[in-house]
Design a protein around this ligand. Sequence first.
Ligand code: SF4
Length: 648
Amino acid sequence: MTPPTVWSDLEPLLPRVAKPVQYVGGELNARTKDWDAADVRWALMYPDAYEVGLPNQGIQILYEVLNERADALAERCYAVWPDLEALMRESGVPAFTVDAHRPLGAFDVLGVSFSTELGYTNLLTALDLAGIPLHAADRDESHPLVVAGGHAAFNPEPIARFVDVAAIGDGEEVVGDITDVVRDWKAEGRPGGRRELLLRLAATDGCYVPSLYAVSYGADGAIAAVTPADPRVPATVQKRTTVSLDDWPYPKTPLVPLAETVHERASVEIFRGCTRGCRFCQAGMITRPVRERSLQGIGEMVDASVRASGFDEVGLLSLSSADHTEIAEITKGLADRYEGTNTSLSLPSTRVDAFNIDLANEISRNGRRSGLTFAPEGGSERIRRVINKMVSEEDLIRTVSEAFGQGWRQVKLYFMCGLPTEEDADVLQIADMAHNVIRAGRAASGRNDVRCTVSIGGFVPKPHTPFQWAAQCHPDVVDDRLRQLRAAVNGDRKLGRNVGMRYHDGKPSLIEGLLARGDRRVGAVIERVWREGGRFDGWSEHFSYDRWVDAAAAELEPLGVSLLWFTTRERTREEVLPWDHLDSGLERDWLWDDWQDALAGREQDDCRWTPCFDCGVCPSTGTDIEVGPSGTTLIPLSVVGPGSRGAG
Ligand code: SF4
């Protein structure tokens, strides 16, 4: 039976909250399917505000993939702000989807995509508002299956008590497999109840069911073993890998937001995975191997998504977009196609060493020369060898000089502070680099108004990276280094006045570190923080460091561990890590050797251009590096005439 919409109860509350339009749905390209015609109904949640969640590519891809199936439907939901949460509680309005405003509790599956661990408390708000028991163990057949995905799901142990399943790896295919399992189990009359459903899912590639594994701890507080609690459950769960991106050209029809969002553009993922080997980068490590979309595939997706959305910007996404083997053809082809229209291109992620001025000129042909962004990540050559980000200051200065000479006026540089082996001197060299950028910019442009903005984030060691064993730097040290850096930047007033600095204090990074490398015991901390009002922890105005510190002390210290035990402690090679039974494809021994290379300042090349160095991914996932040239072109596709928007 179709569940009643909550709209009539929700609507009177909306004039009393900020940005009510974010809760109404009905965006261009949104779908609302017939409830009764679907066998399996998914609610897809992005656990952050609409303005962050709506552009999320993962959710948009799964939303389309699921809605294209005749036997499934998918609706979206985002985290509600505390003002609406309070009114919903007062009025008894349950958590809802923005598409048809159906209660979350009525769906078969609640899929939650975690890009960052700081969204965990927002999942608890949604479960509670939906009337779904917080703990997976308390749910029965009447409750949705709670499935976590996204990069944070590669260590779901801190949220193990709240989720039924963690889907590890690429989502396009596993959502279909989960749908099949749920559909068949329902059609068979739900044999064996929820436990049988979980057992069937545990036998599905890429699906990890935490409740079917037992964790024991040793006297030192570390994990002794993680063992399957049922003989039918695999000892390790391997991630899913979508081999051919051309077979999955999603999203085809991007959602056009009703309210302001962080990105308002059509996005086309031009390749997935990265083998550059930056040792801090979890995304690069867990998405290997590199799989490029063909020129033809990219051309068709850009055309389709611009037509379907009317967006005037197309983002060519990946972890390092200029590394696509045919990036020059892609940018020239698209710039030719949209010449004279108001459709512009952007490459949101570009490395200094893959960047060249021709590429930048093509990208900006129909757009503005706003600013160039690079991420050297480390201030000194030494620390850049440690993190395997092989960008020389010389290359950077040469690149920015060329750019300033061609009319660019601003460069943004991203760095991290608190990296393994880092000392004050490594961070202080960021000031020299910024000063050198200004000097080079003034010389190349002949102007005094060039700008360099330095953005710095606190480093958080992440699972499935060589730094998974590293001690996280204490926030007091990070904050002190950043104070010294500010003084060094401003030490030369003539150069320093053209340098902007952006950084937050190191405290949220420590909590992110707890959630990233925590085990099941950290679940109690998350729950306590949430019960004490923790919401939107990724937002500085909502984040409370003290609330997390107090909750960690209350929940962890009686167990003989602590916030600092989980974060600032270096692990040994022998220690069982909470995510060791989840297989990202990377060999543990290779990761350890890469960690030792980091400590010795030894670099590792990119296997796209050098022989395979046996990280383990290709053999273990049955895949291979997939790079061009693809032998295809961007033609034939509709040629857009001057003055046209390019949108049908
Ligand atoms: S297995 Fe070899 S080729 Fe494949 S990603 Fe790892 S290093 Fe590169």
